[in-house]
Design a protein around this ligand. Structure first.
Ligand code: NAP
Length: 271
């Protein structure tokens, strides 16, 4: 039996074990996916230990994605994003330890799966943290006309300069939201009940798509957007597709996204 794992800190609320184990069973693979709390300063030991023990592969989550660049050999995409969320042990023990980042493509697949095209369309990304970087880069590569707004405007300007787009502060949202065709919330705002609203709900309109990458609850942002007649998309399918892409990296098999989505939604219902 092959062992796979997610490393993070904290990691006890990760949905990845339920999602990835459901995928492995549906594929008929003899594999088990576990979660381990790994401190940042022990990441090197943990990755090398997993390799020595013949693990099939790893996912990395907060706060390890950037640190991993010191340990693994990143592909061009992960190097450009400065973060790794998937580790593959190529040629087994003693072989190469390769790092990938599937967050950006996961977000794109989630949009495409909902029938949303981004090429040539005005897309607004709110946020400039780790997830926003991956998403903005992928959307720019896919031909979106990109605006990025962030609480710390400097980070939005830097990200926009790096991927191609325009950077703003949050005070510009009043102007940016009505103009955008696709709006992505890539901040952590909305994860907790009682979080402040990032966007005045009256700015949304029919014909827009609003994608909130927060996946642990239905956010006020999505409620407001749905009330205004916009098409809405929560963060579950991005989670599913980034995990599905990891499975494809490790096994070369197409991952069963429907089964994975069901496992995630069931796990969320039971919490
Ligand atoms: P991160 O690197 O810490 O970035 C956090 C972002 O949120 C920054 O842009 C930050 O702005 C902004 N922010 C935080 N608090 C804010 C507030 N009160 N008002 C306005 N902006 C605020 O985190 P991350 O890794 O990018 O993750 C962000 C969210 O995405 C989390 O909720 C995470 O669960 C979710 N996520 C989902 C998926 C998925 O598959 N669906 C994948 C990855 C992440 P500043 O730069 O100004 O601090």
């Amino acid at each position: 039996m092959l062992v796979y794992a997610v490393f993070g800190d904290p990691v006890e609320h990760s949905l990845s074990p339920a999602m990835q184990n459901a995928a492995f069973s549906a594929l008929g693979l003899s594999a088990r996916y576990l979660a381990f709390r790994v401190r940042r300063e022990r990441l090197r030991d943990a990755i090398l230990g997993a390799e020595a023990m013949g693990f099939g592969g790893l996912n990395l989550t907060i706060p390890l994605k950037e640190e991993a660049l010191k340990v693994v050999d990143p592909d061009d995409n992960a190097a450009a994003m400065g973060a790794v969320n998937t580790v593959a042990f190529v040629d087994g023990e003693g072989g190469r330890i390769q790092g990938y980042n599937t967050d950006g493509l996961g977000a794109l697949r989630a949009l495409e799966g909902a029938g949303v095209r981004v090429e040539g369309r005005r897309v607004l990304v709110i946020g400039a943290g780790g997830a926003a970087k991956a998403i903005a880069r992928q959307l720019a590569l896919s031909g979106a006309e990109l605006s990025i707004a962030n609480r710390a405007p400097r980070r939005a300007l830097d990200l926009a300069a790096a991927v191609g787009g325009r950077g703003y502060g949050l005070s510009d949202l009043d102007k940016l939201v009505p103009e955008a065709e696709v709006i992505v919330n890539a901040t952590s705002v909305g994860m907790r009940e009682g979080d402040p609203r990032l966007v005045d709900g009256r700015l949304f309109r029919e014909g827009q798509t609003v994608f909130d990458i927060v996946y642990n609850r239905e956010t006020e942002l999505l409620q407001d957007a749905a009330n205004a007649g916009a098409k809405v998309l929560d963060g579950v399918m991005m989670l599913v597709y980034q995990g599905a892409l990891s499975i494809e990296v490790w096994t070369g098999r197409r991952a069963p996204v429907d089964v994975m989505e069901q496992a995630v939604r069931e796990e969320l219902r039971n919490r």
